[in-house]
Design a protein around this ligand. Structure first.
Ligand SMILES: NC(=O)c1ccc[n+]([C@@H]2O[C@H](COP(=O)([O-])OP(=O)(O)OC[C@H]3O[C@@H](n4cnc5c(N)ncnc54)[C@H](OP(=O)(O)O)[C@@H]3O)[C@@H](O)[C@H]2O)c1
Length: 321
């Protein structure tokens, strides 16, 4: 079968479209024929060797696929061969087939197409983990979402809206801000201009926002501390901006702030499965839906990741084998 293979740390254009052995499912695994693959910012970091987990070479990157169950390993009762599923994996998704632990496979309804399903897993899981599990976002609260037209950002806009929050979106271009407004944001701000935290404060009658969803970090995190309300919660989701911010603990004390870590990948499969049921119910109710910016052939994964890293993409990018 074909797969994108990393043989050394490097930029995404060092990935090789190579012929590799089709995997066999081990004990408690299922083999999936991949229909589509979701691209995520951490895929770039993993290829560069800057991600927290570093697989041994050679490896294929990629954390999420949609596909069809092709074979069951020893000790696996289901899902049955032929079932359409989403699977969430540590790596290995950029391939025509992937062997996955059976408890990380989630059957999906027909209403969720292959490409949408490949884009459904990680971003909505991360948004749910952050907003519901970590921040306990309540109806009527104000939620500020950074990189709001990106993968996890747009998912957070949709989930925040579905939870009854008032959503303020920050994004780097007018087109991205419009996309966030189309998908549930109540207001949008350009966080590329000086003084953006003042604009956010003004939108809240100077009280500040209750919850911040921050996949960017750096200066954006610093700005968030200036527009978050007393007793606010700042969710540390990622560092797409490249700098990991520091915060003075006196600022946390003075504002009664909570700075909350979000590491979705550390949660047990049973918890992830429960969250998936909640998210699929929101999708069935028409409250959330993946936004696919572009789909690329699997062999063009380097171009897809270049667009993601260069801030070109809006919503999600998927690869199709
Ligand atoms: N904590 C978790 O469990 C978890 C799970 C998934 C992802 N993440 C993290 O969330 C972040 C976003 O991931 P994603 O896959 O959804 O990507 P993405 O948001 O689709 O892309 C990154 C976005 O960040 C913004 N950005 C700001 N400064 C940037 C810079 N210097 N370089 C690139 N982008 C910059 C850009 O939006 P603008 O142009 O609007 O500024 C860009 O579109 C990543 O840091 C990722 O590692 C965390």
């Amino acid at each position: 079968m074909k797969a994108m293979v990393a043989r050394a740390w490097g930029e995404p254009d060092t990935l090789e479209y190579a012929e590799v052995l089709r995997p066999r499912p081990g004990a408690r695994e299922v083999l999936l024929d991949v229909r589509a693959v979701g691209c995520n910012f951490p895929d770039i970091l993993m290829v560069q060797g800057r991600y927290q987990r570093k697989p041994p070479f050679p490896f294929s990157p990629g954390h999420e696929v949609s596909g069809v169950v092709a074979e069951l390993g020893d000790g696996v009762q289901g899902p049955a061969v032929g079932t359409r599923v989403i699977a969430l994996v540590d790596h290995g998704a950029y391939a025509e087939a992937v062997a996955v632990a059976a408890d990380r496979v989630h059957p999906i309804p027909d209403a969720l197409g292959d490409e949408a399903a490949a884009a459904f897993g990680i971003v909505y899981q991360t948004a749910w983990c952050a907003l519901v599990h970590r921040a306990a976002l309540r109806p009527g609260e104000t939620l500020l979402v950074h990189a709001a037209a990106g993968g996890v950002g747009l998912a957070a806009v949709q989930v925040g809206r579905a939870l009854g929050a008032r959503v303020i979106a920050c994004a780097g271009t007018e087109a991205k801000r419009q996309l966030a407004l189309t998908h549930g944001a109540d207001a949008a701000v350009d966080y590329g201009v000086a003084g953006w935290p003042d604009q956010v404060r003004a939108l809240t009658g100077e009280r500040g926002v209750n919850v911040v969803f921050d996949p960017v970090g750096g200066d954006v995190f610093d700005g968030s501390t200036r527009c978050v309300a007393s007793e606010g919660r700042i969710l540390v989701v990622g560092f797409a901006g490249g700098r990991i911010a520091d915060i003075a603990t006196n600022r946390i004390l003075l504002k009664n702030l909570s700075v909350i870590g979000v590491h979705w990948g550390s949660y047990e499969p049973a918890i992830v499965a429960a969250w998936m049921q909640r998210l699929l119910a929101l999708h069935a109710a028409g409250q959330i839906a993946p936004v696919i910016w572009r789909s690329y052939a699997l062999r063009d994964a380097a171009a897809a990741l270049a667009a993601l890293g260069a801030r070109e993409s809006h919503g999600k990018i998927v690869l199709v084998p």
